[in-house]
Structure formats: C-alpha cells, structure tokens
Ligand binder design. Sequence first.
Ligand code: ADP
Length: 300
Amino acid sequence: MARIAVVGSLMMDLVVRARRPALPGESLIGRSFATFVGGKGGNQATAAARLGAQVTMVGAVGRDPFGETILASLAAARIDTRFVRQLDHEGTGVAVPVVFDDGSNLIYALPRANLALAPADVEAVRSAIEAADLLLVQFEVAPEATLTALRIARDAGVRTLVNPAPVAPHPPEVFRLADLLIPNEVEAAALSGLPAADPAAQAAALRKLGPAAVIITLGERGAFVHAPDGDTCVPAPAVNAVDTVGAGDAFCGALAVRLAAGDPLPAAAAFACRAAALACTRRGAAASLPTLAEVEEFTS
Ligand code: ADP
C-alpha cells in the first residue's frame, strides 16, 4: 500500500451564502451557513486516503471544537492523526468564504495554528516523513515548516511533491527540494512570470527553479506534464461539473497515490484527471472525493 506523508494546512471553512455583498456598516441577512473541514493539506490527505493510500498527516490545529472536528474527520478517513499538534496558544485555522447569488465570492482566511507550525514541530515527527514513500506539501503553513519537511524527505530519499498553492513567498530551497512541482495555471503564471497561454514555456521556466518535473493543472483542459523525457498533455474527461472547488486538491492527492505506487508521471496524471473530474461532478467537501473503486469504474 502506498504510504504518503502530508505536511500541510488544516482549516475549518465557514461558508456564508448571501444575496449580495453587504455595504459598509450594513447588516444584511444571509441565505445560509454551513461548515466544512478544509485546508489544502487536509483535503489532499483525505483525497489520497479515500483512494486507498496509508496517509500520515502532519499539521497543527488549536485545542478547540474546530480542531476536534477536523481530527475526527481525518480519523474517519483512516488518516493517521498522531502527528497533528493541538496548540494551546493558537486557535484552529478558519476560512470564511461568502458566496453571492451571482456566483462571485469573498474569502477571509485566518491561518492561525497553520502559521504557528514550527520547524521544531516538524523535526519532532521526522520519523513520520522518513517512513513514507512520498511527501506532499502545499503553501498554506509556515514556509520554514514546509522547508524542514522537504529537507527531511530529501535526506531520507523520500520523493517530494510540492503544490505551490496559494502562491506565497517561500525560500528558493523549497523549489530546489521539489522532485515534482504541481501548480495550477494561475500559480504557474505567478511563479514563472509567463502568460497562462503557454504552459510549455511556463513549465520549462519553473524547472529552472529546481524541480525535476512539473505538472501544470489546466482546469477542464486537464494537465500539462513536463518531465525530463518530454512533454505530454493529459486531457480531462468531459463531465458535468457542478462544483470545481477543491479540484486541485483531488488531483494532487490522487497523483500522489499513483506515483507512490510506482506509476510513471503521465499515467499518474491521467488517473488524477479522472479522480478530479469525478470530484467536480459532486457538491461538498470530503464526501465528494472519489474512492478507488469509483475512479476505476468511471468512464466519461
Ligand atoms: P485548482 O482547483 O487548483 O484551481 P484546476 O482548476 O486546474 O486546479 O483543476 C485541477 C484538476 O481538476 C484539473 O487538472 C482537471 O484534471 C480537474 N478539473 C478541474 N475542472 C474540471 C472540469 N470542469 N472538468 C473536468 N475536470 C476538471
């Protein structure tokens, strides 16, 4: 069974729906409210676990009810949560997306415990990373913690996947320690300084930062794979997408599972495209992530 370590964010999403944005000073009655376990780290860990991988999560929450809810959600997906720290001095990260009738949204994100994850916390659980086939990180926790995780993995010969989402200043060493960099189109443009119209040029520029290979996700167009032995475009299956939030997380989690199992990059990317497309056909968070049987049965 593929063993994956995820060092990343854990957040509670508090989703408000409202007719329109409130004006300054106005109190507007909203339409609905719902909470979802989120954070790119937790989402990608859950995506991988639902596809059958043995997943260890490293991260931080507060010692509060949101933290308990997140830990319970991860445990329900059979993720090893022994290395998630519960901090006394900082609360669980929260995001407050406000979604309006016209489909636009505003998001207030408070990373809280995620930014309090210290290099020493990661160092203390080094064995969790060393025991994995593959390490998966994103850009939602303290950059020094991510860097520490990547150094441990590199020293132990553990393959590293870096999803630079959302783009935030990180030490250049983070890119040098990435075996595979997985940005979406927006992130690839921001990191390469090149327009989204040319993923081949973007990927070539990103490889110069250090990673041996780059996969740029292209939404409904699939993924562009740039590896030492050549470029490949992997199309996304055509689906009736009802909710594309978290598609990138479904993609990264699935990709990690197949790479840890030994698949070559294009085959792993094709599997990840199928898993992410399936996730787009369903609303919701963790529950919309497909199982291995569902991806295997899925033909578009
Ligand atoms: P993010 O969610 O980070 O913005 P993308 O939009 O690039 O990332 O989506 C990630 C992956 O999810 C894509 O590479 C693709 O495989 C899949 N995907 C996203 N949107 C669709 C869609 N409308 N139809 C099918 N697959 C999709």
